[in-house]
Design a binder for this molecule. Structure first.
Ligand code: CP
Length: 318
């Protein structure tokens, strides 16, 4: 594997999950693979889980790890060509990327949608520049339109906890005070469709996602109807995708909050969320603390997902 930005890059999902579960049984079995190899983790945006789980995965493989927070302690980076750099940005990404590539063997990048230019976000211009100019295998630690490490961990978690071969998985929009990118819901939809689960998306009108990611999923605007018989409930907020409202918050309606009454409509479903989560906006205390909540094992599987990806990238170097 020479990059990891979307579900296609991981190939056969059954094999990927099997590899993940094998690594989970003994996460130190490939500790020689990363010897004398350096991972650079580059963050344009904040992180708790991605930062720690990916670093831990790299250490499990014997790698050295460097972490750079672009907005704290590094030069501010210009990302657009043709800009007269007379403002606060001291360095251009087109010099910074090959320089950073010269110090490492693998690069992980976190760069969220900025909601300033939909084309720039959906063409993944920042991530694509790293792929083009770094000379190194690049993996996404959440980009503008996808969060594949999260989705891979979500898939592993569902496979570990499902009671039927083809579970009903419902992704529900839920309210949040701020405008959040569509990366997690886009990516989750992409992976659930690839896994061929019975997959339903529910959200208020105006929150339709890019059809490219919705794929074969059923879209149901009635949240209660969507939740009926669900085996897994995946809650997430996202800002509007469709024009002219791209990047806007259209609703903070707490009637969409996942609570015990909604979970009672399901097939005793497991509750999932990628975290961080706004309690009593997205989900009530009662539901997230219930024995049916998977948020902690889901986050723990981020280490395993990252380790499979890093292992495959390292194998691609040799
Ligand atoms: N789920 C997730 O990516 O968490 P962080 O933003 O804390 O990395």
């Amino acid at each position: 594997m020479d990059k990891f930005t979307c579900v296609e890059d991981i190939g056969d999902l059954r094999q990927a999950v099997a590899e993940a579960l094998e690594i989970k049984r003994d996460r130190f079995q490939f500790t020689g693979l990363g010897r004398n190899k350096t991972l650079l983790m580059l963050f344009f945006n904040s992180s708790l889980r991605t930062r720690l789980s990916t670093q831990k995965a790299a250490m499990n493989l014997g790698m050295n790890v460097m972490v750079l927070d672009v907005n704290q302690g590094a030069w501010k980076l210009e990302t657009q060509r043709g800009v007269v750099m007379d403002g606060d940005k001291a360095e251009h990404l087109l010099e910074a990327i090959p320089v950073m590539g010269s110090y490492c063997d693998v690069i992980g990048v976190r760069s969220f949608a900025r909601f300033q230019d939909k084309a720039e976000d959906y063409e993944e211009r920042v991530l694509e520049q790293f792929i083009r100019h770094s000379g190194r295998p690049v993996f996404s630690m959440e980009a503008a339109t996808r969060h594949p490490l999260q989705s891979f961990a979500d898939l592993i978690t569902i496979e570990e906890h499902k009671a039927v071969e083809r579970p009903k998985v419902v992704m529900t929009w839920a309210p949040h005070p701020n405008a959040l990118p569509q990366a997690v819901p886009n990516s989750f939809a992409e992976w659930m469709n690839a896994a061929d689960y019975d997959f339903v998306i529910t959200h208020p009108e105006g929150y339709e996602l890019d059809p490219k990611f919705v794929g074969a999923a059923r879209v149901e605007y009635d949240q209660r109807k969507a939740l009926e018989g669900a085996d897994f409930v995946y809650a997430k907020n996202w800002a509007a995708y469709t024009d002219p409202n791209y990047g806007k918050v259209l609703s903070r309606d707490r009637a969409w909050t996942v609570d015990a009454e909604k979970m009672a409509l399901t097939n005793n479903a497991r509750f999932m969320h990628c975290l961080p989560v706004r309690r009593n906006m997205i989900v009530t205390d009662e539901v997230i603390e219930s024995p049916r909540s998977l948020v902690i094992p889901e986050a723990a599987n981020r280490e395993i997902a990252a380790q499979v990806v890093l292992k495959r990238l390292l194998e691609g170097l040799n």
